[in-house]
Ligand binder design. Structure first.
Ligand code: HEC
Ligand code: HEC
Length: 327
């Protein structure tokens, strides 16, 4: 009897072990860390078609229209003013800012006014919109009390009306992990030729849509593109946008580019000529410049070249070491 029992012991232990593992797997399935974009709870914009036919509804609709067809109103042949490069807000804020990982506007109403390191002040939504007017649209700011500004702000507030104060829905910003090497514009040029040129053109010039007065395919560099003070000029912003949104005829659930390809093609685009505009008031605290901000002075000893293309990990590590030392 004893002999039988002791020979069962390993069996019994084995079964207990298996039960424990199964149990753990079942328990943790509810809180498993989800990694791919399509698995997480998605934010959905309110339905524009359900807006009432009221004056407020009209204002919101007009705000959306300005974001979708910006060029028609403010482009080189704009009906209100001729103060921008002809791009539409929607060229970068995909589907009027409702698409997760497409520079979505989902966190605007919930987080503004907010302090931003670039300006060193608490920014209003109006201030932030005029930032994109001057940098991304390489244009002039509009009056913050104008009908157009009020309409865009109304649209953004309406979009984020169900997001709790201070919350940032999943997909409100996109990040890619840093590469261990510098991003490579040469490699990026090859990728550009294969995956981007068919729409954005051999000189990154895009293609005008004469019917809508905007671009069918917006320019990626050259005189009609965003300027060097725009968010997309930083290659971390550009690489993440490209990864999740380009080529445009793909879905975000199945990106076509690897992270490396996205970084390299971003490096190529950022190495090309574009409008230059200076904002000497930017980054009042130089130690708050992000690792991939390509203009000095810096609070570290890395070159502008490394701050533009990487490798960024040593820069980030040095920064973390420094701030730990201060604490
Ligand atoms: C060339 C691309 C581009 C265009 C065109 C553009 N933006 Fe942006 N915009 C960006 C990027 C990139 C960011 C995020 C910048 C960052 O994280 O540093 C941004 C940020 C914003 C934000 C803040 C979002 C947040 O959650 O903090 C608002 C609001 C905004 N843009 C409005 C507009 C409006 C309105 C227009 C048109 C008048 C416009 N943008 C045109 C690229 C663009
Ligand atoms: C099928 C055509 C197509 C292809 C291929 C394509 N794009 Fe785009 N791209 C678009 C369109 C259309 C937009 C504007 C989206 C909108 O207005 O809704 C855009 C917008 C952009 C923008 C933001 C606006 C700007 O002009 O800066 C960037 C950056 C960009 N594309 C980069 C790329 C890169 C890099 C590739 C290759 C990996 C690529 N695209 C491939 C059609 C395309």
């Amino acid at each position: 009897m004893k002999i039988i029992r002791s020979s069962w012991l390993p069996f019994l232990l084995g079964i207990v072990f298996i039960i424990a593992i199964l149990n753990k797997a079942m328990f943790s399935s509810g809180e498993k860390i989800k990694t791919s974009p399509d698995e997480k709870p998605q934010w959905h914009a309110p339905d524009i078609n359900l807006l009432p036919e009221t004056a407020d509804g009209d204002t919101i609709r007009y705000g959306r229209e300005l974001i979708v067809n910006t060029s028609k109103y403010f482009g080189p042949h704009g009906t209100i003013a001729s103060i921008t490069n002809g791009m539409n807000c929607q060229n970068c804020h995909v589907e009027a800012g409702t698409k997760a990982f497409g520079n979505s506007f989902s966190a605007v109403a919930s987080t503004y006014p907010k302090y931003r390191e670039r300006s060193g002040i608490v920014e209003s939504i109006e201030f932030r919109i005029n930032d994109c007017m001057q940098r991304s649209l390489n244009g002039k700011p509009i009056d913050s009390t104008s009908k157009e500004m009020k309409a865009m702000v109304a649209y953004l507030k309406w979009l984020g009306k169900d997001v709790k104060h201070g919350e940032k829905p999943y997909g409100s910003n996109a990040e890619l992990p840093f590469l261990t090497r510098a991003a490579d514009p040469q490699q990026g040029k090859t990728i550009y030729g294969i995956k981007c040129m068919r729409c954005h053109g051999s000189n990154g010039e895009g293609e005008i849509d004469f019917d809508s007065m905007g671009y069918r395919y917006p320019p990626l560099w050259g005189n009609n593109s965003y300027n060097n003070a725009a968010g997309l000029y930083r290659i971390s912003r550009l690489a993440a946008f490209i990864k999740y949104n380009m080529p445009f005829d793909q879905t975000q659930a199945s990106p076509q580019l690897s992270d490396e390809e996205a970084w390299d093609v971003a490096a190529f685009i950022s190495s090309q000529q574009r409008p230059e505009k200076k904002f000497p008031e930017d980054w009042p605290k130089i130690e708050s410049k992000p690792p991939d901000y390509p203009y000095g002075p810096y609070s570290d000893n890395f070159s502008e070249q490394q701050h533009k293309y990487g490798p960024f990990i040593p820069i980030r590590n040095a920064k973390e070491k420094k701030s730990a030392a201060i604490k």
